[in-house]
Every structure is written in structure tokens, then in C-alpha cells.
Design a protein around this ligand. Structure first.
Ligand code: 4AD
Ligand code: MG
Length: 430
């Protein structure tokens, strides 16, 4: 019976054949242990000299790392293995012999591994992170589909830039200038006026000259937008959605979290509601913690976010930032000129901002004024301005950064491992 490692539980004490690669190997005179992987998982294959013919045992002894093969054997329950099963090998048919695979089980430096990302993806840890990424994607669609949202795909080639004009990738659009999307938000606002509750899920691009463990040049963002939702109602969606993601990974990726050595007790606490702190109080908190140089009106850097997050055991919303720190479209606080109805959601354990969101301006005159203040080209933004002219309603939305969320849930050090082929400041290959 041909099967996969993910399905072996169905074939206990039966003979199966699996298409696989050799992840690792060790052998003695009498027995060989093959770490087999097939994309669906990892299983140990045991080849006992006394129980197979000599040719099979010699193959097992000489086979090289990352060679591909069809391996046949009996599935046995094995309490000691994380999978719970092992394969008692009876036959091996080598498909392709790999020569001098560069990523050996010894330790390699990060640059070397990044140069070999196309191969590094095969490792147990990277496999686990990609499986967690897949679960976060699956749970995202499930959450929004269960809650009455319609998926809308905003364009990637755009003429307008919602998040400021300094971090744009330019390209030619025949004779016109175009930019790679930094955020689909403006289009999602248009879509919300047509479909009520919408979400997007796509790649976004930022030409940020930042080289930190939280920044990618190309990253994926989930951007929900909701007509008739206040900022407060949007915060409820955000905390429910993030809790849903974390609880889904805890439930469906036990093996992967184990491979990564993730402390899951911290993730178990991630259940809505999440604490909130105003920007004003966050400044006070930072002063209490000895950050003397930060003043009201300054933006937070990574050390500030980490220090704020340390005071809470769940993700924390920092609400009501100064107007001057945020983009043009945010709705002012009803009682204060100087702050807006917005929130950044800061993940625990130093992972930083995973969501940025706000209520949006829906007053035509105010929107026009803000666009002028921000020097936005009226020709490029006329379509957006029209949204507040025809049946404008209060609405709110947010963007969750997929890779930062995955890095946090997986407990990995750097966002570069949370995406299959990261685009970084100095890296366009592989
Ligand atoms: O806070 P940002 O810039 O918000 C927006 O783009 C809004 N227009 C979203 C909206 O309201 N629809 O980005 C949203 C999130 C951040 O919180 C962060 O998680 C992630 O996107 N992000 C990055 N992730 C990796 N690398 C980068 N360079 C990122 N920049 C932002
Ligand atoms: Mg932000």
C-alpha cells in the first residue's frame, strides 16, 4: 500500500511503501536508523541486518543524506518517537542519489543557511514553521468565513500609497509611474461600502531600509474592513481573531510546536479580551521603567514596545496615538484634537507590533483637509475621496502582519524564517 507519513496511523502492523528522502542516518554493523521525510512528516526507518537481505542492508548503510527513495516496511507503534510510529524497513528502491548535500546536520551560520534557503526549507525546524504558517492561513480563512466576511483581492500594482510615500517600490506601468502595494486598505474601504464586511490576504511591499528581526521587504498582510463598525467594535474582532489563530495552532500543530521547543503555556493564555493602554499611559509606564528620553509625541521603537508588552501576559492594544504619528485617514478622537481612534496590537515576548488599525474618517470635508495637509495628489486620490461623498458611514479596519504573527506563535527569533523565500534588505535570492 502506497501512503504518506501523515497517514501511517492507519496502517499499524501493515506493510506500506512511502516516497521519501533521507533527512539523516546513523548505522552500526547490525542496524541502520534512517530519518525519513516525505513532506508530510518525519519518521524513523529501522533496518535490521538480520531481517533483510544483504543488498538492502548495504543500501541503507551507504545511502547519502537527501537521496530520494521508495521505502517499504511495516508500521510499528513506537511510544518513544514524537510521531508515535516507526517503520521496520523491508525494502528500499533508490530513486536518486544526492551527492555532497551542503546542509549537513552540523551547525551552519545564518548567511549560509539563507543562501541555501531553497534546501534549508527541507529541515525539520523549517518544515515545522511552514506547517504553522499554513495553519495560521487556514484558520484566518475559517475565522472570516464563519463571521460573515467576504474575501476581496485589492490590486498589487497601484497608483496611490496609503502608508506614506517614502517606502514605495516604483515601477513603470507602461508610460505611467506605479507602485507595489504597501497596503490594500484604501481599496478595502471601497469594498466594505459594497460588501459590508470584507478581508484581504495578500503580499505587500515596503522599501524600508530596516535590518531588524521584525522587518521584511515583502510580507503578507490580512486586512479586514468593516462598514458601520466603531473602533471599539473593531478591537473586539482583532482580539477574537488573534485568539482564534493562537488556539488553532495550539490544537492542530502540537507536533510542530514540539519540534520548535515552543513554551506553549504562554500561548494558552492568549484568549480574548486583551488589555488596552492609552498612548499617554504607555509614555508614563515607559518613564516608570526608566526610559527617560521618550517624550509625548515620539513614536515607539522596538525596545519601548518590548518594555510595554512585558507588563502584560497577553497581547496588548496601545490605543489613541498622536495624530501626527499616524497616516492621514484616521478618525480623530471625539474629545481630543491631538490623538486618533487607532490601536497597535503588541505581541508578548518581544515580537512587537502585529496589528495596526483604526476607525477611518468618514466626513468628506475633514478627509479633503487631511489629504491636503499630507500633500496627496488629488488626481490619484479622487476615487478614494469619493467614498466619503456617497453614503459615507463610520467604518473601521486593521492589518495583521502574517510573518510577525507566525514568528511570535512559533517562538522563532526572526521573521525571515516565517516566510518561504524572504526578501530582505540585502537579499533577493534564492
Ligand atoms: O501598521 P501598518 O503599516 O498598517 C497598515 O498598513 C494599515 N493600512 C493596515 C490597515 O489598517 N488595513 O502594517 C500593518 C502590520 C503591522 O502591524 C505589522 O504586523 C506588519 O503589517 N508589517 C510588517 N511586517 C513585516 N515586515 C515589515 N516591514 C512590516 N511592516 C508592517
Ligand atoms: Mg503600524
Amino acid at each position: 500500500m502506497k501512503t504518506t507519513i501523515a497517514e501511517v496511523h492507519k496502517y499499524v502492523d501493515q506493510e506500506v511503501t512511502i516516497g521519501a528522502w533521507i533527512a539523516n542516518k546513523r548505522s552500526s554493523g547490525k542496524i541502520a536508523f534512517l530519518q525519513l521525510r516525505d513532506g508530510t512528516g518525519f519518521i524513523q526507518g529501522v533496518v535490521v541486518k538480520a531481517e533483510v537481505n544483504e543488498e538492502v542492508f548495504q543500501k541503507a548503510k551507504s545511502i547519502t543524506q537527501e537521496s530520494s527513495l521508495y521505502v517499504t516496511g511495516m508500521i510499528k507503534v513506537d511510544e518513544r518517537s514524537p510521531l508515535g510510529y516507526e517503520l521496520l524497513v523491508t525494502n528500499m528502491e533508490v530513486i536518486h542519489e544526492a551527492v555532497d548535500y551542503p546542509i549537513t546536520p552540523k551547525n551552519h551560520g545564518t548567511e549560509f543557511l539563507m543562501d541555501n534557503r531553497h534546501l534549508w526549507l527541507r529541515s525539520k525546524r523549517q518544515h515545522a514553521v511552514m506547517k504553522i504558517r499554513n495553519e495560521v492561513i487556514r484558520a484566518t480563512y475559517e475565522y472570516y468565513n464563519q463571521n460573515g466576511f467576504t474575501k476581496v483581492d485589492p490590486p498589487i500594482l497601484t497608483g496611490s500609497a496609503p502608508e506614506g510615500t517614502t517606502e514605495l517600490f516604483n515601477t513603470k506601468y507602461f508610460d505611467e509611474d506605479a507602485y507595489l502595494s504597501q497596503s490594500g486598505q484604501l481599496y478595502m474601504e471601497a469594498a466594505a461600502m459594497a460588501l459590508g464586511k470584507v478581508f484581504s490576504f495578500g503580499p505587500t511591499f515596503r522599501a524600508e531600509k530596516s535590518k531588524t528581526r521584525r522587518h521584511l521587504i515583502e510580507f503578507w498582510m490580512i486586512e479586514p474592513e468593516m462598514a458601520f463598525y466603531t473602533h471599539e467594535e473593531s478591537l473586539k474582532v482583532q482580539e477574537e481573531y488573534v485568539s482564534y489563530l493562537v488556539q488553532s495552532v495550539l490544537k492542530n500543530c502540537k507536533l510542530e510546536l514540539g519540534v520548535l521547543g515552543r513554551d506553549t503555556s504562554k500561548l494558552e493564555q492568549v484568549q480574548a479580551p486583551f488589555p488596552r493602554i492609552t498612548y499617554d499611559d504607555a509614555i508614563k509606564l515607559l518613564h516608570e521603567k526608566g526610559f527617560d528620553d521618550i517624550q509625548w509625541g515620539d513614536d515607539f521603537g522596538a525596545p519601548h514596545e518590548t518594555a510595554i508588552a512585558e507588563s502584560f501576559d497577553k497581547p496588548v492594544f496601545i490605543i489613541h496615538y498622536p495624530t501626527a504619528l499616524k497616516p492621514f485617514y484616521m478618525q480623530p478622537h471625539p474629545e481630543r484634537e491631538d490623538v486618533v481612534l487607532c490601536a497597535d496590537l503588541i505581541a508578548p515576548e518581544g515580537y512587537g507590533e502585529i496589528i495596526g488599525g483604526s476607525e477611518r474618517i468618514h466626513d468628506y470635508e475633514l478627509m479633503k483637509q487631511r489629504m491636503e495637509e499630507h500633500d496627496l495628489d488629488p488626481a490619484a486620490y479622487d476615487w478614494y475621496l469619493q467614498l466619503s461623498k456617497y453614503g459615507s458611514v463610520p467604518h473601521s479596519g486593521f492589518g495583521l502582519g502574517l510573518e510577525r504573527t507566525i514568528a511570535w506563535i512559533s517562538g522563532i527569533e526572526h521573521v525571515r524564517e516565517a516566510i518561504p523565500f524572504p526578501r530582505l534588505l540585502n537579499r533577493l535570492y534564492p
